[in-house]
Write a new protein. Sequence first.
Length: 206
Amino acid sequence: MPHGKPRGPAPDLPGEQARMVGESQQAMRGRRVLEIASGTGTATREIAVTAASVTGVEIAPNMLRIARESDNPANVTYQAGDAFDLEELDLGKGFNGGFAAGFFHVCPSSRYDEFLEGFHARLEKGATVFMRSSRPTSPDAVSRLFRIEGHADQYMTRQLSDGSEYVMVENDPSEEEFRRVFEPRSKNLQVHIGNYWWWLRYELPG
């Protein structure tokens, strides 16, 4: 079962999502942002409203194509790349903002250090980072979650349009787990775990 199952009356989904988007935009305001796993660019365009610039990195060709063909503002660019191999990308320097939406929860816990070390290395000292993701709390999502003995991660079955199924990591960390991972490598860490979404904000040491 996922951590932090909602208790009591749940706030309305659009309201919680609007708060998350608003806090994302505030965190990235005026910043030169490096976004990891930008997907089709939905969250990219949200933070571009306030950011100075956003460079989205995405490994999936179909998602990258959709993102590039969308109605993007002039301060957004996309680049093909692997979130675990950022040192190989010609991204330039000067990113004082880092952003990831819908990525950290599918990152295997065994690769947290690898991802964060590589990501932080491409950001300036003192940069602000914002990460966010939806939570698997709907009855349908919960019914598809499972664990494997001897593995730290939680998994979920997903079905493709052709009816075939695949298995992916679907972690839902608790606040304690987030603090254990992020506090040793950040300052001013803020963690919010809602009924439908989680998000966190922190700064890199100067």
